[in-house]
Ligand binder design. Structure first.
Ligand code: PLP
Length: 381
Protein backbone atom coordinates (compact mmCIF):
# COMPACT_ATOMS: atom_id res chain seq x y z
CA UNK A 1 0.00 0.00 0.00
CA UNK A 2 2.68 2.49 0.99
CA UNK A 3 5.77 3.64 -0.83
CA UNK A 4 8.92 5.47 0.17
CA UNK A 5 9.36 9.14 -0.67
CA UNK A 6 9.81 9.77 -4.37
CA UNK A 7 12.89 11.35 -5.88
CA UNK A 8 13.24 14.03 -8.55
CA UNK A 9 14.42 13.14 -12.05
CA UNK A 10 18.01 14.25 -12.67
CA UNK A 11 18.22 17.79 -14.01
CA UNK A 12 14.98 18.98 -12.44
CA UNK A 13 15.03 22.72 -11.79
CA UNK A 14 11.33 23.43 -11.11
CA UNK A 15 9.23 21.07 -9.03
CA UNK A 16 6.50 20.61 -6.45
CA UNK A 17 7.00 19.18 -2.98
CA UNK A 18 3.94 17.57 -1.48
CA UNK A 19 3.83 16.96 2.25
CA UNK A 20 1.64 13.89 2.44
CA UNK A 21 1.67 14.02 6.24
CA UNK A 22 -0.25 17.33 5.98
CA UNK A 23 -2.88 15.67 3.78
CA UNK A 24 -3.24 12.79 6.24
CA UNK A 25 -3.56 15.21 9.14
CA UNK A 26 -6.12 17.36 7.25
CA UNK A 27 -8.11 14.24 6.49
CA UNK A 28 -8.13 13.22 10.15
CA UNK A 29 -9.33 16.72 11.09
CA UNK A 30 -12.19 16.42 8.59
CA UNK A 31 -13.09 13.00 9.98
CA UNK A 32 -13.22 14.62 13.41
CA UNK A 33 -15.88 17.06 12.20
CA UNK A 34 -18.37 14.39 11.20
CA UNK A 35 -20.14 11.77 13.29
CA UNK A 36 -18.61 8.29 13.42
CA UNK A 37 -21.33 6.94 11.09
CA UNK A 38 -20.44 9.37 8.32
CA UNK A 39 -17.95 8.00 5.83
CA UNK A 40 -15.49 10.11 3.86
CA UNK A 41 -14.90 10.05 0.11
CA UNK A 42 -11.69 11.94 -0.66
CA UNK A 43 -12.05 13.94 -3.87
CA UNK A 44 -8.82 13.50 -5.80
CA UNK A 45 -9.87 14.55 -9.31
CA UNK A 46 -7.50 16.69 -11.40
CA UNK A 47 -4.51 14.70 -10.13
CA UNK A 48 -5.57 15.36 -6.53
CA UNK A 49 -5.88 19.09 -7.23
CA UNK A 50 -2.35 19.02 -8.63
CA UNK A 51 -0.90 17.17 -5.61
CA UNK A 52 -0.44 13.79 -7.34
CA UNK A 53 -3.34 11.33 -7.33
CA UNK A 54 -1.56 8.08 -6.54
CA UNK A 55 0.42 9.25 -3.52
CA UNK A 56 -2.57 11.23 -2.25
CA UNK A 57 -4.89 8.24 -2.65
CA UNK A 58 -2.56 6.11 -0.54
CA UNK A 59 -2.35 8.81 2.12
CA UNK A 60 -6.06 9.44 2.46
CA UNK A 61 -6.87 5.74 2.56
CA UNK A 62 -4.22 5.16 5.23
CA UNK A 63 -5.69 8.05 7.25
CA UNK A 64 -9.23 6.69 7.16
CA UNK A 65 -10.97 7.69 3.93
CA UNK A 66 -13.33 4.91 2.80
CA UNK A 67 -13.71 5.90 -0.84
CA UNK A 68 -12.20 8.03 -3.60
CA UNK A 69 -13.89 10.38 -6.05
CA UNK A 70 -12.42 11.31 -9.43
CA UNK A 71 -13.85 12.94 -12.54
CA UNK A 72 -12.90 10.72 -15.45
CA UNK A 73 -12.31 7.10 -16.33
CA UNK A 74 -8.63 7.75 -17.05
CA UNK A 75 -8.11 9.04 -13.53
CA UNK A 76 -9.79 5.98 -12.04
CA UNK A 77 -7.73 3.57 -14.18
CA UNK A 78 -4.51 5.28 -13.09
CA UNK A 79 -5.44 4.47 -9.48
CA UNK A 80 -6.43 0.88 -10.23
CA UNK A 81 -3.19 0.35 -12.16
CA UNK A 82 -1.32 1.59 -9.09
CA UNK A 83 -2.93 -1.22 -7.10
CA UNK A 84 -5.51 0.91 -5.28
CA UNK A 85 -8.61 -1.19 -4.74
CA UNK A 86 -10.78 1.17 -2.65
CA UNK A 87 -14.25 2.10 -3.95
CA UNK A 88 -13.98 4.79 -6.64
CA UNK A 89 -16.87 6.98 -7.77
CA UNK A 90 -16.62 8.70 -11.16
CA UNK A 91 -18.23 12.09 -10.69
CA UNK A 92 -18.29 13.12 -14.32
CA UNK A 93 -19.44 11.66 -17.60
CA UNK A 94 -18.16 8.30 -18.79
CA UNK A 95 -19.14 7.26 -22.33
CA UNK A 96 -21.24 4.08 -22.42
CA UNK A 97 -18.60 2.33 -24.55
CA UNK A 98 -16.43 2.40 -21.43
CA UNK A 99 -18.95 0.52 -19.27
CA UNK A 100 -17.19 -2.87 -19.68
CA UNK A 101 -13.91 -1.26 -18.54
CA UNK A 102 -15.66 0.33 -15.58
CA UNK A 103 -17.20 -3.01 -14.58
CA UNK A 104 -13.90 -4.82 -15.07
CA UNK A 105 -12.18 -2.39 -12.70
CA UNK A 106 -14.97 -2.31 -10.11
CA UNK A 107 -15.71 1.39 -10.61
CA UNK A 108 -18.94 3.19 -9.77
CA UNK A 109 -20.41 5.45 -12.45
CA UNK A 110 -22.73 8.42 -12.01
CA UNK A 111 -26.13 8.34 -13.68
CA UNK A 112 -27.43 11.72 -14.82
CA UNK A 113 -30.66 10.90 -16.63
CA UNK A 114 -32.88 8.06 -17.78
CA UNK A 115 -31.49 7.83 -21.32
CA UNK A 116 -27.91 7.48 -20.11
CA UNK A 117 -28.98 4.98 -17.43
CA UNK A 118 -30.71 2.85 -20.07
CA UNK A 119 -27.63 2.80 -22.34
CA UNK A 120 -25.42 1.89 -19.38
CA UNK A 121 -27.82 -0.88 -18.38
CA UNK A 122 -27.69 -2.34 -21.89
CA UNK A 123 -23.90 -2.14 -21.94
CA UNK A 124 -23.73 -3.93 -18.59
CA UNK A 125 -26.15 -6.62 -19.78
CA UNK A 126 -23.85 -7.28 -22.75
CA UNK A 127 -20.99 -8.02 -20.35
CA UNK A 128 -23.15 -10.25 -18.17
CA UNK A 129 -22.15 -8.32 -15.03
CA UNK A 130 -23.92 -5.56 -13.12
CA UNK A 131 -22.62 -2.01 -13.18
CA UNK A 132 -22.27 -0.15 -9.89
CA UNK A 133 -23.80 3.30 -10.13
CA UNK A 134 -25.03 6.27 -8.16
CA UNK A 135 -27.73 8.73 -9.17
CA UNK A 136 -26.90 12.42 -9.33
CA UNK A 137 -29.73 14.84 -8.64
CA UNK A 138 -29.59 18.50 -9.59
CA UNK A 139 -31.04 20.30 -6.57
CA UNK A 140 -29.89 23.72 -7.74
CA UNK A 141 -26.40 23.48 -9.22
CA UNK A 142 -27.75 23.57 -12.76
CA UNK A 143 -25.07 21.32 -14.16
CA UNK A 144 -25.23 17.56 -14.65
CA UNK A 145 -27.87 15.43 -12.97
CA UNK A 146 -31.61 14.92 -13.08
CA UNK A 147 -33.69 17.83 -11.82
CA UNK A 148 -35.19 17.02 -8.44
CA UNK A 149 -38.65 17.50 -9.98
CA UNK A 150 -37.89 14.72 -12.46
CA UNK A 151 -36.64 12.29 -9.81
CA UNK A 152 -39.91 10.30 -9.46
CA UNK A 153 -40.13 9.79 -13.23
CA UNK A 154 -36.45 8.84 -13.33
CA UNK A 155 -37.03 6.23 -10.63
CA UNK A 156 -39.82 4.67 -12.66
CA UNK A 157 -37.37 4.18 -15.51
CA UNK A 158 -34.57 2.95 -13.25
CA UNK A 159 -36.84 0.33 -11.70
CA UNK A 160 -36.69 -1.67 -14.95
CA UNK A 161 -32.92 -1.54 -15.32
CA UNK A 162 -31.76 -4.69 -13.58
CA UNK A 163 -28.15 -4.53 -14.74
CA UNK A 164 -27.52 -1.42 -12.67
CA UNK A 165 -26.58 -1.88 -9.04
CA UNK A 166 -27.60 1.43 -7.48
CA UNK A 167 -25.46 2.18 -4.44
CA UNK A 168 -26.42 5.72 -3.66
CA UNK A 169 -27.74 9.09 -4.61
CA UNK A 170 -26.06 12.47 -4.33
CA UNK A 171 -26.24 16.15 -5.10
CA UNK A 172 -23.75 19.01 -5.24
CA UNK A 173 -23.86 22.54 -3.79
CA UNK A 174 -22.91 25.66 -5.76
CA UNK A 175 -22.83 28.02 -2.80
CA UNK A 176 -22.19 26.14 0.43
CA UNK A 177 -19.33 28.55 1.09
CA UNK A 178 -21.57 31.62 0.93
CA UNK A 179 -25.25 30.94 1.54
CA UNK A 180 -26.18 28.41 4.19
CA UNK A 181 -29.91 29.15 3.98
CA UNK A 182 -30.00 28.47 0.26
CA UNK A 183 -27.87 25.36 0.69
CA UNK A 184 -30.22 24.10 3.40
CA UNK A 185 -33.10 24.55 0.96
CA UNK A 186 -31.14 22.58 -1.65
CA UNK A 187 -30.62 19.81 0.89
CA UNK A 188 -34.35 19.80 1.67
CA UNK A 189 -35.21 19.47 -2.05
CA UNK A 190 -32.66 16.69 -2.45
CA UNK A 191 -33.99 14.71 0.50
CA UNK A 192 -37.59 15.17 -0.65
CA UNK A 193 -36.65 13.85 -4.10
CA UNK A 194 -34.88 10.87 -2.55
CA UNK A 195 -37.95 10.16 -0.42
CA UNK A 196 -40.13 10.23 -3.54
CA UNK A 197 -37.75 7.81 -5.28
CA UNK A 198 -37.72 5.50 -2.26
CA UNK A 199 -41.51 5.47 -2.27
CA UNK A 200 -41.25 4.15 -5.80
CA UNK A 201 -38.87 1.41 -4.78
CA UNK A 202 -35.41 3.00 -4.89
CA UNK A 203 -32.96 1.37 -2.49
CA UNK A 204 -30.12 3.78 -1.94
CA UNK A 205 -27.79 2.76 0.85
CA UNK A 206 -25.71 5.96 0.69
CA UNK A 207 -26.83 9.57 0.43
CA UNK A 208 -24.33 12.39 0.17
CA UNK A 209 -24.10 16.08 -0.56
CA UNK A 210 -21.28 17.83 1.29
CA UNK A 211 -18.22 19.32 -0.39
CA UNK A 212 -15.50 20.88 1.82
CA UNK A 213 -17.50 24.01 2.65
CA UNK A 214 -20.57 22.05 3.74
CA UNK A 215 -18.43 19.51 5.60
CA UNK A 216 -16.83 22.36 7.54
CA UNK A 217 -19.89 24.47 8.27
CA UNK A 218 -23.15 22.52 7.82
CA UNK A 219 -23.36 19.26 9.82
CA UNK A 220 -26.94 18.70 8.60
CA UNK A 221 -25.44 18.09 5.14
CA UNK A 222 -23.10 15.31 6.28
CA UNK A 223 -25.66 12.48 5.71
CA UNK A 224 -23.97 9.09 5.12
CA UNK A 225 -20.79 10.37 3.52
CA UNK A 226 -18.92 13.65 2.94
CA UNK A 227 -16.96 14.53 -0.20
CA UNK A 228 -14.24 17.05 0.68
CA UNK A 229 -11.68 18.10 -1.90
CA UNK A 230 -9.96 21.43 -1.36
CA UNK A 231 -9.80 21.18 2.46
CA UNK A 232 -7.83 17.92 2.21
CA UNK A 233 -5.05 19.91 0.67
CA UNK A 234 -5.10 22.49 3.46
CA UNK A 235 -6.74 25.14 1.28
CA UNK A 236 -9.92 26.99 2.21
CA UNK A 237 -13.07 26.68 0.08
CA UNK A 238 -13.33 30.49 -0.02
CA UNK A 239 -12.55 33.62 1.95
CA UNK A 240 -15.85 33.25 3.78
CA UNK A 241 -15.05 29.70 4.94
CA UNK A 242 -11.56 29.84 6.42
CA UNK A 243 -10.16 26.50 7.55
CA UNK A 244 -10.14 25.85 11.28
CA UNK A 245 -6.68 26.17 12.78
CA UNK A 246 -4.61 23.03 12.43
CA UNK A 247 -5.22 22.46 8.72
CA UNK A 248 -1.94 22.71 6.81
CA UNK A 249 -1.30 23.37 3.10
CA UNK A 250 0.53 20.42 1.59
CA UNK A 251 2.08 21.88 -1.51
CA UNK A 252 5.25 23.92 -2.05
CA UNK A 253 6.31 25.04 -5.52
CA UNK A 254 10.03 25.43 -5.89
CA UNK A 255 12.60 26.42 -8.44
CA UNK A 256 16.16 27.64 -8.28
CA UNK A 257 18.34 30.52 -9.36
CA UNK A 258 20.14 29.67 -12.62
CA UNK A 259 21.88 32.98 -13.29
CA UNK A 260 22.70 36.11 -11.29
CA UNK A 261 23.96 39.28 -12.92
CA UNK A 262 24.43 42.98 -12.37
CA UNK A 263 22.57 45.26 -14.72
CA UNK A 264 23.71 48.79 -15.45
CA UNK A 265 21.18 51.61 -15.02
CA UNK A 266 18.95 51.87 -18.08
CA UNK A 267 19.12 48.16 -19.01
CA UNK A 268 15.69 46.63 -19.72
CA UNK A 269 14.44 43.15 -18.85
CA UNK A 270 12.19 40.77 -20.75
CA UNK A 271 9.76 40.79 -23.68
CA UNK A 272 8.18 44.13 -24.37
CA UNK A 273 10.91 45.78 -22.25
CA UNK A 274 8.36 46.54 -19.58
CA UNK A 275 10.96 46.97 -16.82
CA UNK A 276 14.11 49.05 -16.94
CA UNK A 277 16.70 49.34 -14.19
CA UNK A 278 16.38 52.88 -12.79
CA UNK A 279 19.82 52.48 -11.23
CA UNK A 280 22.36 49.66 -11.20
CA UNK A 281 20.54 46.49 -10.11
CA UNK A 282 21.24 42.81 -9.49
CA UNK A 283 18.89 40.36 -11.11
CA UNK A 284 18.42 36.60 -11.08
CA UNK A 285 16.87 34.28 -13.64
CA UNK A 286 14.49 31.46 -12.65
CA UNK A 287 13.68 28.52 -14.98
CA UNK A 288 9.92 28.78 -14.54
CA UNK A 289 7.20 30.51 -16.50
CA UNK A 290 3.69 30.37 -17.78
CA UNK A 291 4.17 26.91 -19.24
CA UNK A 292 4.45 25.67 -15.66
CA UNK A 293 1.38 27.58 -14.52
CA UNK A 294 3.23 30.70 -13.32
CA UNK A 295 0.84 32.95 -15.15
CA UNK A 296 2.14 35.86 -17.17
CA UNK A 297 -0.45 38.47 -16.35
CA UNK A 298 -1.19 40.40 -14.36
CA UNK A 299 2.31 40.34 -12.92
CA UNK A 300 2.59 43.76 -11.28
CA UNK A 301 2.66 42.41 -7.75
CA UNK A 302 4.39 39.08 -8.39
CA UNK A 303 7.12 38.07 -6.01
CA UNK A 304 9.00 34.97 -4.91
CA UNK A 305 10.86 33.88 -1.78
CA UNK A 306 14.64 33.62 -1.79
CA UNK A 307 16.84 33.25 1.30
CA UNK A 308 13.73 33.82 3.41
CA UNK A 309 13.13 37.23 1.81
CA UNK A 310 10.63 38.49 -0.72
CA UNK A 311 12.11 39.20 -4.17
CA UNK A 312 9.95 41.05 -6.73
CA UNK A 313 9.45 39.69 -10.22
CA UNK A 314 10.68 42.18 -12.82
CA UNK A 315 9.74 42.32 -16.50
CA UNK A 316 7.30 39.96 -18.15
CA UNK A 317 7.08 36.32 -17.18
CA UNK A 318 8.17 34.26 -20.22
CA UNK A 319 7.18 30.76 -21.25
CA UNK A 320 9.81 29.12 -19.04
CA UNK A 321 11.80 32.01 -17.58
CA UNK A 322 11.10 34.53 -14.87
CA UNK A 323 13.37 37.32 -13.74
CA UNK A 324 13.58 38.74 -10.24
CA UNK A 325 15.28 41.70 -8.59
CA UNK A 326 17.79 40.53 -5.98
CA UNK A 327 19.43 43.89 -5.38
CA UNK A 328 18.35 43.70 -1.72
CA UNK A 329 19.44 40.06 -1.35
CA UNK A 330 23.16 40.41 -2.06
CA UNK A 331 23.96 36.83 -1.05
CA UNK A 332 21.79 35.38 -3.83
CA UNK A 333 23.69 32.92 -5.98
CA UNK A 334 23.19 30.26 -8.62
CA UNK A 335 21.61 27.13 -7.16
CA UNK A 336 19.67 28.95 -4.42
CA UNK A 337 16.27 27.46 -3.81
CA UNK A 338 13.33 29.75 -4.65
CA UNK A 339 9.76 29.31 -3.44
CA UNK A 340 6.95 30.43 -5.75
CA UNK A 341 4.12 29.07 -3.61
CA UNK A 342 4.45 27.96 -0.02
CA UNK A 343 6.72 28.75 2.93
CA UNK A 344 10.37 29.58 3.16
CA UNK A 345 11.56 30.35 6.66
CA UNK A 346 9.02 32.75 8.12
CA UNK A 347 7.87 34.05 4.74
CA UNK A 348 4.91 32.59 2.88
CA UNK A 349 3.25 33.00 -0.50
CA UNK A 350 -0.11 31.27 -0.19
CA UNK A 351 -2.23 29.83 -2.99
CA UNK A 352 -4.67 32.62 -2.16
CA UNK A 353 -2.00 35.28 -2.78
CA UNK A 354 -1.21 33.76 -6.18
CA UNK A 355 -4.95 33.48 -6.87
CA UNK A 356 -5.40 37.18 -6.19
CA UNK A 357 -2.69 37.96 -8.72
CA UNK A 358 -4.20 35.56 -11.29
CA UNK A 359 -7.69 36.98 -10.73
CA UNK A 360 -8.82 33.46 -9.82
CA UNK A 361 -9.16 31.17 -6.81
CA UNK A 362 -6.88 28.75 -4.99
CA UNK A 363 -8.52 25.76 -6.75
CA UNK A 364 -7.44 27.04 -10.16
CA UNK A 365 -3.93 27.89 -8.96
CA UNK A 366 -3.14 24.36 -7.77
CA UNK A 367 -4.92 22.52 -10.59
CA UNK A 368 -3.21 24.83 -13.10
CA UNK A 369 0.28 23.67 -12.10
CA UNK A 370 1.65 21.86 -15.13
CA UNK A 371 1.52 18.08 -15.00
CA UNK A 372 5.00 18.15 -16.55
CA UNK A 373 6.52 19.41 -13.31
CA UNK A 374 7.81 16.55 -11.17
CA UNK A 375 6.08 16.09 -7.80
CA UNK A 376 8.39 15.15 -4.93
CA UNK A 377 6.17 13.20 -2.56
CA UNK A 378 7.35 13.61 1.03
CA UNK A 379 6.30 11.69 4.14
CA UNK A 380 4.43 9.12 2.14
CA UNK A 381 2.87 6.47 4.31
C1 PLP B 1 -14.97 18.63 -6.84
C2 PLP B 1 -16.15 18.07 -6.16
C3 PLP B 1 -16.20 18.01 -4.75
C4 PLP B 1 -15.15 18.61 -3.85
O1 PLP B 1 -15.35 20.02 -3.73
P1 PLP B 1 -14.43 20.91 -2.78
O2 PLP B 1 -15.05 22.26 -2.85
O3 PLP B 1 -13.07 20.87 -3.37
O4 PLP B 1 -14.48 20.30 -1.45
C5 PLP B 1 -17.29 17.37 -4.17
N1 PLP B 1 -18.27 16.84 -4.94
C6 PLP B 1 -18.25 16.90 -6.29
C7 PLP B 1 -19.38 16.31 -7.07
C8 PLP B 1 -17.20 17.53 -6.94
O5 PLP B 1 -17.19 17.60 -8.27
Amino acid sequence: MCESASTLPPGTTTWLEIDQSAIRSNLRMLRGLTGPQTRLMAIIKADAYGHGARATARSVLAAGAQALGVASLGEALELREAGIDAPILLLSYVPPQAVPTAIGHNLTLTLFDAAQARVCDQAARATGRRLKAQVKLDSGMGRMGALVGDAPALQEQLADLSWLQLEGCYTHFPQADEDCAWTREQLRRFLAAVAAMRQRGAQFSTLHSANSAATLTMPECHLDLVRPGIALYGLSPSDTVPLPSGFRPALTWKTQVVQVKDLPAGHSVGYGRTWTAASAARMAVLPVGYEHGYRRAPHESASVLLRGQVAPVIGRISMEKTTIDVSLIPGARVGDEVVLLGRQGKACISAEILAARFGSNNYEVVTGLSARMPRLQLSTC
